[in-house]
Design a protein around this ligand. Structure first.
Ligand code: TXD
Length: 305
């Protein structure tokens, strides 16, 4: 298993470290345009391997051709949000970067599965799909796993229960209109509404929608990276193990949920070839209306592109 990570910044380097700690790959390649930086971070991570008892090899480079024969390519290249900046502000600048990265992937790793992390996530996933021309099952955006983890964190904190007792899904675009499915959220097998009143659920939903901005405002320079990296790793692990987990991922829809020609977060199963299936979930009228609004916003971004 060879996994390449393009963009050795906060999310890219954290993802590399976690992949190596978990020995999920034989080889990890960390690529960035900044000279010396991916090499330095890769060497530092390599030197943790004896401590983690992992034999994963990691190598940093500025040479994109070294991604050749990758099974999976993770794309985190781009600019992160700064305080006051929306994900949309990033659209133009990151689309140019994704366009260049797509060319390299097409040339050097044409058989790979690509996980996109760069924001605005859903539009960049669509852009990657168009620029590589890869089959739709091989281009997957990471956001729903992160947003769902944030929702679960806030519920666990509120109810003082283990995070492992909570299952939740956040669908839609990775933006302010994302759709945490409160009606589908279970705590120890019972609906969330059995534990807390609607007003408090609404507060948890709002905090989840604002989860990225909450961290941006605290950090002041840059955006979240530990939980985003762990979310990418969760997707990679499921691709390798196919346990049947249902994860929210941004994928191209061609009629599913009644949307066409748009990438948006929906429940999917993953396996070694990327997306195995898009799962049908019966949504409440309210959830569907919110998902419609979110998908429409992504479609507008795609139109801008
Ligand atoms: O849920 C999600 N999908 C997200 C998305 C969660 C967290 C972060 N999210 C987005 O990921 C964020 O808004 C950014 O668009 C990306 C990467 O975030 P990160 O925090 O890792 O940003 P950094 O630390 O600035 O790293 C970006 C790196 C940096 O080292 C640049 O030199 C590099 O990208 N870069 C490139 N690498 C390769 N090739 C090209 N062309 C390139 N351009 C910049």
């Amino acid at each position: 298993m060879k996994i390449s990570i393009i963009g050795a910044g906060n999310v890219g380097a954290s993802t590399a470290l976690m992949l190596c700690q978990k020995s999920l790959a034989d080889e990890v390649i960390l690529v960035d345009v900044v000279e010396g930086m991916p090499q330095g971070k890769a060497l530092d991570i390599l030197e943790t391997m004896p401590l983690y008892k992992s034999d994963t090899r990691i190598h940093g480079t500025n040479d994109f051709s070294q991604i050749k024969n990758s099974d999976i390519v993770i794309v985190t290249a781009g600019l992160p949000r700064k305080p006051g900046m929306s994900r949309d502000d990033l659209l133009k600048v990151n689309a140019d970067i994704i366009g260049k990265v797509a060319e390299s992937i097409k040339k050097s790793a044409p058989e790979s599965i690509v996980i996109i992390v760069t924001n605005p996530l859903d539009a960049m996933t669509y852009h990657m799909l168009k620029k590589t021309g890869f089959a739709k099952n091989k281009i997957i955006g990471m956001a729903g796993v992160l947003d769902s983890a944030r929702f679960r964190t806030f519920i666990a904190e509120k109810l003082k229960v283990s995070v492992t007792e909570i299952s939740a899904l956040v669908l839609g675009g990775h933006g302010d209109s994302m759709v945490p499915l409160a009606a589908h959220t279970l705590v120890n097998g019972k609906p969330l509404s059995a534990y807390i009143p609607d007003e408090e659920i609404a507060q948890l939903v709002a905090r989840t929608r604002n989860g990225g901005a909450e961290i941006v405002n605290l950090l002041k320079t840059g955006s979240a990276f530990y939980a985003p990296a762990a979310s990418v790793v969760e997707m990679v692990e499921e691709m390798l193990k196919s346990t049947g987990k249902i994860l929210a991922c941004s994928v191209l829809l061609e009629g599913e949920y009644n949307y066409k020609d748009v990438c948006v977060g929906v429940p999917v199963k993953l396996h070694k070839n990327g997306v195995k299936s898009i799962e049908k979930l019966v949504l409440t009228a309210e959830e569907k209306a919110l998902l419609d609004k979110s998908a429409k916003e992504v479609a507008e971004q795609i139109a801008k592109l």
